[in-house]
Write a protein that binds this ligand. Structure first.
Ligand SMILES: [Zn+2]
Length: 409
């Protein structure tokens, strides 16, 4: 999801390499170099399309990842905010998965308990459909305010705890901070923002350092993406990629003391907790490690080999006369289908989110079917887009009486 107004989100030539040769938008000083390119990718992988033609004709853009030699930040230098859409057509929720809901519940409980958040003010920037904010509010009887242009307040009607929460379906602006929050939460959002330092500085400017509000951020862990060569986790809406080191550095530069970082959810999510500080760290206080530089420089070749591996699996399955189904229709699936260049070989995509059924995959046009229709398709191979859901998916397949190969990315 996204949270900033168009002006703040705008990449701005001056910050981006074309204007001032290769300056980093995170530390503002480091020189950057390109290391991975994918062209012709859908720019909105969570938008739902009602017809195949519309899905195939979706807006496309390019990804050219750069990394900063000063701070290790990774970003898409070809990103154009104007090509992305965050509206009520944007369907990103993972809230239909029991595995994800357990994680979400436990995370909210830990945050509430660790910071003694009871009868407090909690704000979430980029709250999506508001599920996490409801949990934070309900678990501590807190007052929640959520800001996100893709929020749909009506969807919370009748949900326990929703009466504690106000959702504002707008891009975040400082005027939304009418009450100083005790917790400011921002999950899976910063990676959608091109001007990362400007965004954090705006938040910091709105916070009173004396109040020592807890700041909680969660982003995908770029350390895992590069180490595991998870090219499916690189997609257009994610224009900014962080490691623990580059994320901490950005927060220190923008006037926060970092108090805790963790990697969670099978290594996929990087979390950071901070408090506003009276001082700012120097811009380039630590340089990226040799390990990180090595991962960056070998990534394109490793990704090429990983894609080739999956192409051969897909070709082999087709030549055996078996159908192929992807499980998971979100951004990873869009990225996988686009990267592989074998879209015609994949028959359909399924998802447990009913809001996605009877729509079509952006860019490649596969139908998104409900799990109840998998038996009709009779797939020989199910490719699971996120291995953390493997057990859940195997149980679901057994439940509908489908027996086939299951492989995880
Ligand atoms: Zn930098």
């Amino acid at each position: 999801m996204n949270v900033v107004d168009r002006d703040l989100a705008g990449r701005g030539e001056e910050a981006w390499g074309q204007g001032v040769a290769g300056l980093c938008p995170s530390c503002g000083t480091g020189r950057t170099e390109p290391f991975y390119q994918v062209d012709d990718v859908p720019t909105n992988s969570c938008i739902l399309f009602r017809t195949r033609a519309e899905a195939i004709g979706c807006i496309r853009g390019s990804i050219l990842l750069h990394h900063c030699r000063g701070c290790g930040f990774v970003f898409n230098s070809r990103f154009e905010q104007a090509l992305t859409e965050y509206s009520d057509r944007y369907e990103e929720t993972q809230g239909f998965s029991p595995t994800f809901n357990r994680f979400h519940h436990q995370l909210a409980q830990e945050i509430v308990q660790r910071h003694g958040l009871y009868d407090r003010d909690v704000m979430e920037i980029g709250c999506g459909k508001g599920e996490f904010l409801v949990l934070l509010s309900q678990l501590g009887r807190n007052r929640g305010i959520g800001v996100d242009p893709s929020a749909i307040p009506e969807r919370l009607a009748g949900v326990a705890g929703a009466e504690l929460v106000t959702l504002i379906p707008e891009y975040f602006e400082p005027r939304h901070c009418t009450v100083q929050p005790d917790l400011l939460c921002c999950k899976m959002t910063l990676e959608h923002i091109p001007q990362t330092a400007r965004f954090l500085e705006t938040i910091r400017a709105g916070l009173d350092a004396e109040r020592r509000a807890t700041i909680f951020f969660q982003v995908p862990d770029a350390g895992r993406i590069l180490r595991a060569c998870a090219y499916e986790d690189i997609y257009y809406e994610h224009c900014s990629y962080f490691t623990e080191a580059s994320l901490s550095r950005l927060f220190r530069h923008c006037g926060f003391d970092v108090i805790r970082t963790t990697v969670e959810y099978d290594g996929q999510y990087l979390t950071l907790e901070a408090v506003p500080s009276a001082r700012r760290a120097e811009r380039a206080d630590k340089h990226p490690s040799d390990e990180w530089t090595g991962l960056v420089r070998t990534f394109a070749e490793r990704a090429r080999l990983a894609k080739e591996h999956w192409r051969s699996i897909v070709r082999q399955t087709r030549s055996d006369g078996r159908r192929i189904l992807l499980w998971g229709s979100g951004s990873k699936a869009v990225s996988f289908l686009t990267s592989l260049g074998l879209a015609d070989a994949i028959d359909a995509v399924t998802d447990i989110n009913p809001n996605r059924h009877d729509h079509f995959m952006p860019g490649t046009g596969q139908p998104i079917i409900s799990p109840a229709r998998i038996a009709e398709l009779d797939p020989g191979l199910v490719i699971v887009m996120n291995g953390i859901y493997e057990d859940e998916i195997r149980r679901d397949l057994a439940g509908i009486g489908v027996s086939c190969d299951v492989r995880c990315l």
